[in-house]
Design a protein around this ligand. Structure first.
Ligand SMILES: Cc1cc2nc3c(=O)[nH]c(=O)nc-3n(C[C@H](O)[C@H](O)[C@H](O)COP(=O)(O)OP(=O)(O)OC[C@H]3O[C@@H](n4cnc5c(N)ncnc54)[C@H](O)[C@@H]3O)c2cc1C
Length: 392
């Protein structure tokens, strides 16, 4: 019998799970709250085992063809002077062939790969689910009621599937907010990234290949409620009020941005990722936070392992347990990166900023500085490769 699987969420985890489940002979349906696959967001790094997953999907060349191609990254001071400059890969912490791509481009590639074979239901979501003896009875927000053999929650950090199945309360706020949006390229950047560090708030802007515009990104210490975009924009404007460099002009572009994104830096920790016929994947199960630089890679690897173990178990829920067994340690290692990295990315005080700028200035004059920096990112590489992927 072909097993029917409902996947909630057409993000990176949901799209990848749909691809692999279909390839293993399941019949996946994806329900996505938004009207289309969501574009926008930041540039993301794909590292280690996640590259292998994309290679096995046959899309690694397409991913590399859409790489951001950022050639250099610099830290600037309040007057815009470059305190330290590095090549783009070193600045972004990429080693050993890691790939950087816009999140929206990756989502589009994965959607195009599956759209003719997988049923997508946009502008709908799961309103309720009941795990019964013969399957999971799902009531959709649009009113339809349908049963599926299995349900997978791939609906991100604030997963509704998780709340319906496990209840609320598994998000751990790290105390920072991240915002990203498109801006006019007023600094005339050509595949370059600039970062400015103020006390408790970091701002950066970059231009990627083939883009006439630039992106602005803000990472700042805050526990404010930023779920409503209007409220998030007010919080952001207040957090950066009076800040130097190009911050005022980046902020001025914010109200017009068509793709404003803001969320908390949070992690999700659960003792188990499945209950009965319902299982979680990606951020819904184990968000590591933007600062880990590994959220998307974890989603890709998790989706691959989940679909593979389900196939091995012929669709039995024992596949959920095997998936968790395979992935737990890998996830734990990558989650550790989040809190550690954010402390380096957002400095607490003006004194810390001054000291850090002085050290960066020194580093900038050292011969072989790129090699030195590459060593710093080895810990990310170790975490990104800390799983032996089975062939399913
Ligand atoms: C538009 C967008 C921009 C992003 N930008 C950033 C960023 O700048 N920085 C950062 O750190 N992370 C960002 N992320 C999160 C990042 O993509 C994830 O951490 C990572 O890729 C793991 O992916 P995921 O598939 O588990 O979750 P996500 O990428 O969050 O995907 C979840 C998907 O589920 C959908 N969804 C949510 N709730 C429901 C529901 N109730 N019913 C149906 N569908 C639902 C969402 O619309 C989304 O398509 C962004 C996510 C999105 C959707």
């Amino acid at each position: 019998m072909t097993k029917t699987v409902l996947i909630s969420g057409a993000g990176i985890a949901g799209l990848t799970t749909a691809y692999w489940l279909h390839r293993h002979g399941f019949t996946p349906t994806v329900v996505e709250r938004a009207a289309d696959v969501r574009d926008g967001g930041y540039k993301i790094d794909i590292r280690g085992a996640a590259l292998t997953v994309l290679e096995r999907m046959g899309v690694l060349d397409a991913i590399r063809a859409r790489k951001t191609d950022i050639r250099s990254g610099s830290v600037v001071d309040a007057r815009g002077r470059r305190v330290a400059a590095m090549d783009g890969d070193t600045f972004g912490g990429r080693v050993h062939g890691d790939a950087e791509i816009l999140r929206g481009d990756l989502a589009r590639i994965l959607y195009d790969l599956t759209k003719d074979e997988v049923e997508y239901r946009f502008e709908d979501s799961i309103a309720d689910l009941t795990d019964a003896d013969d399957g999971v009875k799902v009531t959709f927000a649009g009113g339809a009621v349908q049963s599926f053999d299995l349900v997978i929650g791939a609906d991100g950090l604030h997963s509704a599937t998780r709340t319906l199945t496990f209840g609320p309360g598994f998000e751990h706020d790290l105390g920072y907010r991240v915002a990203v949006y498109s801006t006019p390229n007023t600094l005339d950047l050509d595949r370059e990234e600039l970062t400015y560090v103020g006390p408790g708030r970091t701002a950066l802007t970059y231009n990627t290949t083939g883009d006439d515009e630039a992106k602005a990104m803000f990472l700042f210490a805050s526990t404010a409620d930023t779920r409503d975009p209007g409220a998030a924009q007010r919080v952001l404007a207040e957090a950066y009020a009076g800040e130097g460099w190009a911050v005022p002009q980046l902020l001025a572009a914010m109200p017009e941005a068509p793709d404003f994104y803001c969320d908390s830096l949070s992690q999700v920790h659960l003792d188990t990722w499945s209950r009965g016929r319902v299982c979680l994947v990606g951020d819904a199960a184990h968000a590591a936070s933007a600062a880990s630089g590994q959220g998307t890679s974890l989603a890709l690897v998790g989706a691959y392992v989940l679909a593979g173990e389900l196939a091995t178990a012929n669709g039995d829920v024992s596949g959920f347990h095997a998936y968790e067994h395979e992935l737990r340690e890998f996830v734990a290692q990558n989650q550790k990166l989040g809190p550690a990295n954010v402390k380096r990315m957002v400095l607490r005080s003006q004194a810390q900023v001054r000291m850090s700028m002085a050290m960066l200035g020194l580093l900038n004059r050292l011969p072989g500085k790129d090699k030195l920096m590459a060593k710093v990112v080895e810990s990310i590489h170790r975490a990104a490769t800390a799983i032996d992927l089975k062939t399913y």
